[in-house]
Design a binder for this molecule. Structure first.
Ligand code: MF3
Ligand code: CO
Ligand code: CO
Length: 249
């Protein structure tokens, strides 16, 4: 069941979405060689609590921290720990804030220092993949249109799209219907309607698409250890297209 949010619901979601977006702005200057992902976790946690919010990842199905930090070949759901970032790394910081009972979910891949050419390529392809997916969103377009736009672009760049994890409906609930796949065929799947709210969050691998889950039951890595990058926004379908809710204010 895919819910249609009212104008009032959307207004109620804005603070959560903006806070999540502003968290990424807050964290950016800290992304430097020598910082640990635990430090990032603590900064995100404090920033959220101070705003009267709740970091949605904490205890979500047992996730032990307040933010996901996915470094280099980690695809998603990386658990913050005591490992230090080093120059040349990339790190996706995935923030989900609960504020006033509503969720906002957004993530971004940051460079630590100066990236190598190939590293920059996968990050920029992931950034553009999200942008192209978003460009498809309007009433009467389909979820397949979004997936196809992302997949055809990424594979045209000779990179690959992760299949096992997808975007999702979001609202009072963190993950709700629909599932937003980042691959697919034009004019297939759910037809979009104004008031639908969901995330798009393509994970792009520089190598093969296959992933595996580590023994901690959370950390997802590329099987071939190749780099992976991701960007995510929460958006609402409007009468004329869509509005990205997770833009910083
Ligand atoms: N924020 C992730 C997403 O985009 C989900 C993280 S779930 C967690 O859907 F438990 F790992 F935090
Ligand atoms: Co999400
Ligand atoms: Co997220």
């Amino acid at each position: 069941m895919v819910s249609i949010k009212t104008a009032k619901d959307i207004e109620a979601m804005r603070p959560a979405c903006q806070h999540a977006a502003n968290t990424l702005v807050m964290i950016e200057p800290y992304i430097k060689a020598g910082i640990t992902t635990d430090d990032i976790n603590d900064l995100v946690h404090e920033f959220t609590i101070k705003a009267g919010g709740i970091p949605a990842p904490l205890n979500y199905h047992g996730f032990p921290k307040s933010v996901c930090t996915s470094v280099n070949h980690v695809v998603c759901h990386g658990i913050p720990g005591n490992k230090k970032l080093k120059d040349g790394d990339i790190i996706n910081v995935d923030v989900t804030t609960i504020l006033g009972g509503w969720h906002g979910d957004t993530s971004k891949t940051f460079y630590v220092g100066k990236p190598k050419v190939r590293t920059e390529k996968v990050v920029e392809v992931a950034r553009k993949a999200l942008e192209l997916g978003i460009a498809q969103v309007r009433p009467d377009a389909t979820l397949g249109d979004i997936g196809h736009a992302i997949q055809s672009y990424v594979e045209g760049e000779r990179m690959s799209v992760v299949r096992e994890y997808c975007g999702h409906g979001i609202g009072r609930v963190f993950h709700e219907d629909p599932q937003v796949l980042h691959y697919g065929k034009v004019n297939t799947g759910l037809k979009l309607k104004a008031g639908m709210v969901f995330t798009i969050e393509p994970m792009v691998n520089i190598g093969k698409a296959a992933v595996k889950l580590l023994g901690d039951k959370w950390t997802v890595v590329t099987r071939d250890k190749s780099l992976s990058a991701q960007f995510e926004h929460t958006l609402v379908v409007t009468e004329t297209g869509c509005e990205i809710l997770t833009l910083p204010s």
